[in-house]
Design a binder for this molecule. Structure first.
Ligand SMILES: [Fe+2]
Length: 395
């Protein structure tokens, strides 16, 4: 969460009577991480957020519930997943329609193309980080409404009751964490301010609107993703009844185009691209930037062995010079697992000699636990990718 935010009416002192009319007592909720030792917010509800009238099991389609069958990456191989080949069905929403592709204990990476708004939903298993590849919409939540568009990362804290409102069609890369998504600590001052020199600042982040989002309704179902499966809680009244809140915990967005790339005289290592930290993973942003400036610099990435992580790259926009000839393009996901040394495709060096910049935009997710592949992932995995570095494979 970027910094303190206050929306609507809150009492001057915490845990005191809310002065807002009418005289009916408001219900204060403290939503806090890490056993209330981490970030938190105080929300003031018109109705009890605990007033549930019914609890039901949930049937979530398309293997989302427990990801269906998962396959170990055995024998070990790199993968190229063509998300554009995943079937798109009318009536798909951004929550129940997401397809898990790569799954580890602490993170699930999925993809969805949605043309329908979702119902109310909260992820009780961890934070969600959603990257908007295409389209526009809104994230409505108990904290208010947050407009989103192409290139936005949207961080949704665990336990946030929300819904996705789709305007046309939304293509999303969805990371469901088993834990929290945070700003890397090395970017922050002792007091939590984003430091000079970090690749983004508070001015680049956006929170929910300045006005509370209020809705009426009775018997309102909320789909809950839990650490053990899925449930539906039917609330007596609409959960969007917060007249005011303040704190450090709320959904927020950051656009990848606002990430300031760090370049050098020679090639900079992947950590300069880090954007988020998580429990068991990191997220990096590759954005259009100048190449290295030394006349002798090798501009393309060196071959690299990420010995502790499985590396996932989602190719969002532009040309990917170091991947040319591999079949990778916009919408592709590559998986380069630990144990496989990977690097630029044949011919990349020659193509880079006269180039002074790259126009690529990509999202990288390094996961420390081994990733398993879903049936959906295997169904769009390019069988020729694993040997695409071999010149004989180009013949
Ligand atoms: Fe890599």
């Amino acid at each position: 969460m970027p910094h303190y935010r206050r929306v609507g009416d809150v009492p001057r002192k915490r845990h005191t009577v809310h002065p807002a009319p009418p005289a009916a007592r408001l219900h204060e909720e403290l939503m806090g991480e890490a056993g209330f030792s981490g970030a938190s917010s105080l929300l003031y509800h018109r109705h009890s957020p605990s007033a549930v009238i019914r609890i039901e099991p949930a049937e979530v389609p398309d293997g989302t519930a427990r990801s269906g069958a998962l396959h170990d990456n055995q024998p070990l191989r790199p993968h190229h997943l063509r998300t554009g080949d995943l079937a798109i069905a009318p009536g798909t929403d951004p929550v129940t329609g997401r397809r898990p592709l790569l799954v580890a204990d602490q993170v699930t990476i999925g993809h969805v193309v949605a043309d329908t708004s979702s119902g109310l939903y909260r992820d009780a298993a961890g934070d969600e980080l959603v990257y908007v590849q295409r389209g526009a919409g809104r994230l409505d939540s108990v904290f208010g409404s947050l407009a989103v568009g192409p290139g936005d990362y949207v961080v949704i804290p665990a336990g946030t009751t929300h819904r996705w409102v789709v305007d046309g069609e939304l293509e999303l890369l969805v990371l469901c964490a088993r834990g929290h998504v945070t700003i890397p600590s090395r970017y922050l001052s002792r007091d939590g301010q984003l430091l000079e020199g970090s690749p983004y600042s508070e001015r680049d982040t956006r929170g929910p609107d300045a006005e509370p989002l209020l809705a009426d309704g009775d018997d309102v179902p909320v789909l809950v993703r839990t650490r053990m499966g899925w449930s539906v809680h039917v609330h007596a009244t609409h959960p969007f009844d917060v007249v005011g809140w303040d704190g450090y915990l709320y959904p927020w967005a950051f656009n990848i185009a606002d990430f300031e790339p760090i370049v050098g005289r020679i090639h900079q290592p992947p950590p300069v691209h880090q954007t988020f930290a998580g429990d068991g993973f990191v997220v990096c942003s590759f954005v259009p930037r100048l190449y290295d400036t030394d006349p002798q610099a090798v501009k393309i990435p060196y071959h690299h062995a990420n010995v502790d992580t499985d590396e996932v790259l989602f190719y969002s926009a532009g040309d990917f010079m170091s991947r040319a000839g591999s079949g990778i393009g916009v919408g592709s996901i590559s998986l380069h697992p630990a144990g496989f040394v990977h690097g630029p495709q044949p011919g990349s060096y020659e193509r880079s000699v006269d180039a002074d910049r790259t126009g690529e935009t990509a999202v990288m997710i390094d996961v420390f636990a081994p990733l398993r592949l879903s049936e959906a992932a295997l169904s769009v995995s390019d069988p020729t990718y694993a040997t695409s570095w071999h010149r004989r494979a180009q013949a």
